[in-house]
Design a protein. Structure first.
Length: 326
């Protein structure tokens, strides 16, 4: 029987703790109903026997504490709420315990912005990681050694992370399959109505260029791109805005904004195109022109790469009056 330890951390989102517990318990219920033995021993693990959450509105009774628990197979770190730096600080006593458990063979999964607590252990350095798209700029700033990707979930050497909000359901289904089998994972996905084929967060992301840097020259260029993205922008012109040589400009831009200049321009343009597709009746061809593209195939390729959807599928997904149409 696999031991699942769901951490009851301070400032945790209580719903994620409950949902994780409910999913693994449901798998046990499925198995027992079919005459099989349950697969998972599930425990809530805290620093103390009682943890108050949501500004004291709720109190969770831990099944055990990190001092009492000897060995576990899987640690689940739920997402936190509020200021992320403060949330890490109030949970710092978990960090050495998580590192020691991993060293002893346990696997560790973070849900949504629980990735910040996992990254704080150092275990994610040079490994793949996902978190909520809203937090990516802060995450990159805090943990530059982590290989952040825009995936629904990641799996790297016994460390698992999930993207934003409901993406953790996909990771939980994946972990059910990893610790049992694919047949049980399918049954669980059907019961919870979770699409197992989701790959990335692109269609949900709202691109916000990182401003968590002090390079005023690059701030000026970011402002210029976001005002003039419809125009034919080139490196020479943007380097002049920054009053830098082109090589120096490109290096400083990548270091500050975490994207190359061309990628940043593409992301700004695609974000503008998404707004047109969500709220405007313009044709896709007209939208392409409005956001600074002239080549339909090039735009379509970039749009699909950024969102995981074609422009028309994106419009059907989000524009009022079209959502859910066949």
């Amino acid at each position: 029987m696999k031991h699942i330890s769901i951490l009851v951390i301070n400032k945790a989102l209580i719903a994620a703790i409950g949902n994780a517990h409910y999913m693994f318990k449901s798998v046990n219920d499925f198995l027992e109903a079919s005459g099989s033995e349950p697969m998972f021993h599930i425990q809530l693990v805290g620093l103390s026997n009682q943890v108050r959450l949501s500004d004291g509105i709720y109190t969770i009774q831990s099944d055990t504490t990190i001092d009492e628990l000897g060995k576990t197979d899987l640690i689940l770190i739920p997402p936190v709420s509020g200021d992320l730096s403060e949330s890490i600080d109030v949970n710092k006593e978990f960090l050495p315990w998580i590192k020691q458990q991993y060293a002893n063979g346990s696997q560790v999964a973070s849900l949504c912005v629980g990735a910040f607590l996992l990254a704080e252990t150092g275990l994610l350095d040079y490994k793949w990681c996902s978190t909520h798209w809203k937090a990516v700029n802060e995450f990159r700033f805090q943990y530059p050694k982590v290989r952040l990707v825009n995936k629904v979930f990641t799996d790297d050497k016994g460390l698992y992370t999930s993207g934003g909000a409901n993406s953790y359901w996909n990771l939980l289904i994946y972990l059910v399959g990893k610790f049992s089998n694919h047949e049980i994972a399918i049954k669980t996905s059907k019961y919870f109505e979770v699409d197992m084929d989701r790959v990335d967060q692109g269609s949900y992301e709202i691109f916000e260029g990182s401003r968590l840097h002090n390079d005023e020259a690059i701030h000026k260029v970011q402002d210029f791109i976001e005002r003039q993205y419809q125009e034919r922008l080139n490196l020479e012109e943007l380097a002049e805005v920054a009053q830098l040589g082109q090589r120096t400009f490109q290096r400083r831009f990548k270091n500050a904004a975490h994207h190359t200049v061309n990628t940043y321009i593409q992301k700004v343009r695609i974000e503008a195109a998404k707004k047109f597709l969500e709220y405007d009746a313009l044709s896709v061809s007209e939208i392409i022109y409005e956001v600074g593209y002239t080549d339909f195939e090039a735009f379509r390729k970039i749009f699909r790469r950024e969102t995981g959807l074609s422009p028309m599928r994106y419009r059907l997904k989000y524009q009022e009056g079209t959502s859910g149409q066949l």
